[in-house]
Design a protein around this ligand. Sequence first.
Ligand SMILES: Cc1cc2nc3c(=O)[nH]c(=O)nc-3n(C[C@H](O)[C@H](O)[C@H](O)COP(=O)(O)O)c2cc1C
Length: 483
Amino acid sequence: MSSLRDLDDIELISTPITLPNGVTIPNRLVKAAMEEGIAHWGGLPGEKHRKLYERWGDGGWGVVITGNVQVDPGHLATPHDRSYPSSTPDTIAAYKQLQQSAIGSPESSTSHRTRAPPLTICQLSHPGLQSSSTACFSRWPWSPAVAPIGTRPDMSGIMGWLISRVLWPRQSRILDVQGWLRIVDLFVDSAKGMEMAGWDGVQIHSAHGYLLAEWISPLTNPEAFPLPGVPASVDPRLHPLYLIVMGIRRSTPPSFVLSIKLNCSDFTHGGLTEDYATTLITEIVSWKKVDILEISGGTYSSPAFATPETVSTPDSRQSLFAHFTTSLLPHLPRPPGGPAIILTGGMHDRPIIASAIRDEACDLVGIGRPACIRPDIPNRIILNPDLSAEQTRLGGYNIPGSNVVKRIFGGGSKSGEGIPLVGAGVSTLWHEWQLCRMGRGVEPDLGMDWIWGGVILELLWFGLLRGGPLVWFSSLWRSKIAL
Ligand SMILES: Cc1cc2nc3c(=O)[nH]c(=O)nc-3n(C[C@H](O)[C@H](O)[C@H](O)COP(=O)(O)O)c2cc1C
C-alpha cells in the first residue's frame, strides 16, 4: 500500500483508519460535536433531531459526533440541551432512533450506496460551573451550579458583572468526594445506555471549561484531591476521567469506541498550559483504553475554540491548535497502536485538511460551524473530485447583524475587547439556529440576519411560540416536581 504522503488530497482524506479497538473509520472527516439547540429543558431527542441527523448521516462523514448530551438533566448548558435522564425503555428508544438517523436516511441516494455509513459517537457532558439556573430552567433559580470551586464564570467589566449575577445568582457548590463519584456514575450509566441504544461509541467532553475540564484546570481546581479506587500513580487531575474511562470499559464491549475531548490549553492566565496538557495526554494514552482523542482549547470565558481567528477567513491558514498536535504526535503511538487524534477548529478547506493529516498534525479532522450551513460537506465539497482545491473553502462568511449585537452587549472582538462569552455566544447561536432550520426540514440560510431571522423567527417564533408555551411550561412543571 502506498504511504499517505504519496496520495493526492482526496485519496488521503478518503483513506480509512483503524482504531486501537479494531473498529475502522471509513474516512478522515468528523462532524464535530455541536449543541443543536432543538430540545427543551434537557428532554430526549425527537423528530427534529432525527431530521437534522439524517442530513449529516447522508453527508459522507467518517464520524458523526452528537452535540452534548447532558448526563444530569438538572444541569444543562442551555435550555435547549438534551440529556440522558436514566436508562428507561423510552430513553433508550429515543437514542436508538437518533443513532439510526445519524447513519443516514433509508431513501438516501448517497449515504449507503456510495460510502460506508459514519461511525456514530454520542458526546456525554456535564457543564459544571457553566450551567445557569436562571437561563436553563432545569432547576430552581437559587439552586447553584456544581464545580471544584465556589465561584461564578469569569466575565469582565460592569456588563459582565451584571450578566454573571443574573445568570448565576449563587456561586457554585463545591463537589465533595461523594459528589464526584456520583458524577462518574452518571457518565458510566449514560455510556452503557448509549451502547444499548446502538451507538458505536461515546465522547467524554473534558474541554471548554465544562465540569471535567474544571477539575483538570489549576485555575478552577487549585488542589486536586485523590478519589478512591484510583492508583496512586495516576495524576490527581485525571482521577474523575480515569474512573469514568475504566467504568465504561468494564461495562461495554471492547468494540465500543471511547473518545475524550480535551483542551491543549485553557488560554487563560493560571489555567491549563500546553506543557501540562502534554503530560496529561501522554498519561491518558498510557492507559491503553482510549480510541480517539480530540484536541480543542479554551473555556467559555476565553473561548479559543469559537473565536473569529479560528473561523476560516481567507487569510487564516490553519487550526489554532495544530502547532500543539504537531509537536505531540511524534511522541504518541500511532493508530491502531494508540488513539486516533482529531484536530478541530478552523480546518476549513481541502488543502488545510490534507496537509494536517499528511504532516501528522492529526489523523482525523473535525469540522464544526461550516457543517451547520452545509451538512454534506464531505460528499458535496471536500471529497468531490469535480471541485478544485480553491473551490473547497468552507468559511469566510460574515454573520449578518452580529456586529450590532456585539456592540450592544460587549461581545469579544479580534482585538480582545469586550466579553468573549458574548462574542462566542452570538456566533454559536446563529449556527444553532441553522441547525434548528434543518430540524424543521428547511434549508440553512447564509443570509439570515442575527436579530430578525435569528432572535425573532428562530428563537421567539419557532423556538418558543410554535414550540408551544404550554409544552414548555408543562415540561418545566414536570421537571420541577421530579427534582
Ligand atoms: C453551534 C455550536 C455548538 C457547539 N456545541 C459543542 C458541543 O456541544 N460540544 C463540544 O465539544 N463543542 C461544541 N462546539 C464546538 C465545536 O465542536 C468546534 O470545536 C468549534 O466549532 C470549532 O470548530 P470549527 O472552527 O470547525 O467551527 C460547538 C460549536 C458550535 C458552532
